[in-house]
Design a protein around this ligand. Structure first.
Ligand code: 5RP
Length: 235
């Protein structure tokens, strides 16, 4: 780790390094996406190279697949691995019940499929991701491009009567074009400000025909490893 990292990056690094304690020889490991997960992949790459760690990784995005290959981790697709021992991934928010908002990096669909196929899911994060109630971070919802504006209106209408504070959503952009996920879909970011009932909201959102998946991870995460810039780590 370089000494000129920002405090947040140091915190992410320390969380990722501690999470490698959960990884054992022979494991099939789901590799998350984002800046915190990238630290994990780099740490695991070092362990493969220097300590002879023998694992296979299942990446949750093209970005993570490229990094994992670069650092020398053998990767498989989920179809090849089928079931995983462990997934380690970042999060945009986590609450006291280990419910999460994910998808800030746009990889929520593969991340949710991989985490659900895993015996355990460990989240790695800096303490800024901890919240009492989910929802300050806009909730990413992956939608198919066909009819996305209709889906957006439908989703906003379906929020009426649910325990949320806002209903506005915006199409995620990449410059002047819609952001496109690895699966060829778009992302709507829902500005809800407060999510009173994550489980109910997740079920409702996934009933809209154009919605592929949403970024709420309910009852999926088993533990959060929280890193601090001074090197302290809490689980
Ligand atoms: C990507 C994700 C990321 O895990 C989440 O956005 C956290 O990213 P970072 O570690 O860069 O803060 O869900 O889809």
């Amino acid at each position: 780790m370089s000494s000129d990292l920002s405090p947040i990056d140091r915190a992410k690094f320390f969380a990722a390094r501690r999470a490698t304690d959960y990884v054992e020889n022979g494991m099939r490991v789901g590799l998350g996406t984002g800046s915190t997960a990238a630290w994990l992949v780099k740490c695991l790459g070092e362990m493969v190279r220097d300590d002879g760690l023998n694992i296979v990784g299942v990446p949750t995005s093209l970005q993570t697949a490229t990094l994992a290959r670069d650092v020398g981790i053998t990767i498989l697709s989920l179809d090849e691995a089928r079931w995983l021992d462990l997934t380690i991934d970042g999060a945009d928010e986590y609450d006291g019940n280990l419910n999460l908002i994910k998808g800030g990096g746009g990889a929520l669909l593969q991340e949710k499929i991989v985490a659900t196929a895993s015996e355990r899911m460990i989240v790695i994060a800096d303490a800024s991701k901890q919240v009492d109630t989910l929802g300050a971070f806009p909730l990413p919802v992956e939608v198919i491009p066909f009819g996305w504006q209709t889906t957006k209106t439908l989703v906003e209408e379906m929020l009426i009567g649910l325990d949320v504070m806002g209903r506005q959503s915006t199409l995620r952009m990449n410059g002047s074009q819609p952001f496109v996920t690895d699966e060829g879909n778009y992302i709507l970011d829902l500005n809800l400000r407060r999510i009173g009932n994550a489980q109910q909201l997740s079920l409702v959102l996934n009933q809209a025909p154009g919605v592929v998946e949403n970024g709420l991870f309910v009852d999926i995460c088993d533990a959060v490893v929280i890193g601090y810039s001074n090197g302290k780590v809490e689980v």
